[in-house]
Design a protein around this ligand. Sequence first.
Ligand code: GDP
Ligand code: ZN
Length: 304
Amino acid sequence: MMRTGTVIQSTGKWYKVASDDEIIDCRLPGKFRLHEANVTNPVAVGDKVDITIGSDDTGSITKIHPRENYIPRHAVRHKHTEQILVANVDRGWVVQSVRNPRIKTGFIDRFLVTCEAYEINAGIVFNKTDLAKQKDKALLDNLTELYRGLQYDVLHTSVFEPETIKSLEDKLARKMSVFIGQSGVGKTSIINAIDSELNLRVGEISKSTKKGKHTTTFARLLTLSNGGYIVDTPGIRELSVVNIEPYELSLYFPEMLEPREDCRFYNCTHSHEPGCGVIEAFENGDIHPERYQSYLSILEEIEE
Ligand code: GDP
Ligand code: ZN
């Protein structure tokens, strides 16, 4: 019998596939492993697949549907291959906290660059707003204005203010969403506040990631009662920028798209070149200093 489903967990050998309210353990026939040489996992969490069910009630994956998009990361042991963290993402959220730990704009911008390059809708959640003191509020307002000005969705949340959690929850309904953020910013707490029935399962995940070095690299999907999926990405603190060449980096900073048209050199990296439209826009105050700083820092990283 042939069925279609979504891969919700992958451990390398076995895949859990959700299909019509059932979860089926599936294997992947060897022929799929050879297809993409530079990718370490041929099937990723979020993939839509066709499966056939055998007499022992386990499945075999017969077809991987084309991906709408995916989030890449460097493979753990092989710098030059990429691993697909999750496929078919509707929205990537970078979660930051106002305090404990503080907001890191470099972290936000790295994530946004990846989302721009891989065509993923991105949003920002500033959590722990209940902890904001006067000067934190000023920073929060500035950053909110900056990122909204760049057309990113920005939400303020506190797990102690249910209406703020509700507005985030509404954005997750019937969608596949990914949360990325350093440990301690409140990702688990937010997920629990949205759907308290997930409580146990979230705890389970963090326990298992401490144990096994293998489990840490695999994402898994949590199903919300509002029909949304959240991708839990244990062990993912930061996405390093993957497969982006120095001269194309500015394509993924929306505010640089127009200024870069004025650069004298077609392969300008907007760091030191004469006649650079981006540097001029920065000097005129049309590009935010924090963003230009992030740009230079990512550039340096990928030029290595
Ligand atoms: P994660 O590592 O991103 O999953 O973060 P956790 O959910 O484990 O939260 C880290 C700490 O921050 C815990 O002590 C939480 O109780 C606390 N925390 C989470 N959200 C909030 C919030 O909105 N306000 C405050 N004051 N503390 C929070
Ligand atoms: Zn330039």
